[in-house]
Design a protein around this ligand. Structure first.
Ligand SMILES: Nc1nc2c([nH]c(=O)n2[C@H]2C[C@H](O)[C@@H](COP(=O)(O)OP(=O)(O)OP(=O)(O)O)O2)c(=O)[nH]1
Ligand SMILES: [Mg+2]
Length: 137
């Protein structure tokens, strides 16, 4: 596909840290792009939104939690062919509320070393490695 026609999406991706340094994963609904794979919760940054605003909105919509603090982890650019994604990935180090799969998505709290057992979208490998490096596993 010609570069000019390709969709570019800026995505707020949250590595949500909970008790015992576990990380919250959500399963993408089957009908979506990369459906059926596990993801770090988040979604598209809307025009005029900051990354902090987008992350707060997405995690409220998808999980019913409020972000209290977040810190940059890694930026990943990946070309899916029809779509180019910019995964703007932050660790959510503090939040309020109890995460729930508001949109019916399955959730899992996973240790850094167990991330390797989950099937992620193709773009996610550098994120998994950055999380494991940060959490020392
Ligand atoms: N949230 C999230 N998206 C990811 C990950 N890895 C990855 O390739 N993506 C891609 C899949 C999608 O093409 C895009 C995120 O878009 P999305 O469809 O979830 O966006 P959204 O939550 O705003 O949903 P919507 O507006 O389309 O309803 O980023 C990941 O770990 N987390
Ligand atoms: Mg989403």
């Amino acid at each position: 596909m010609a570069e000019g026609q390709k969709k570019h999406v800026h995505v707020a991706v949250g590595v949500i840290l909970g008790a015992d340094s576990r990380i919250l994963l959500a399963k993408r609904p089957d009908h979506l792009h990369m459906g059926g794979r596990w993801e770090f919760p988040g979604g598209k940054v809307e025009p005029e939104e900051t990354i902090q605003q987008a992350m707060s909105r997405e995690l409220r919509e998808e999980l019913a939690i409020d972000v209290v603090s977040m810190e940059k982890l890694i930026e990943v650019r990946h070309d899916y062919g029809d779509k180019q994604v910019f995964l703007d990935t932050w660790c959510v180090t503090e939040f309020s509320g109890e995460p729930a799969g508001v949109e019916g998505q399955q959730l899992a709290w996973v240790s850094a070393s167990a991330l390797a057992d989950y099937h992620f979208p193709d773009a996610n490998q550098p994120i998994v490695e950055a999380v494991q490096a940060k959490l020392g596993s």
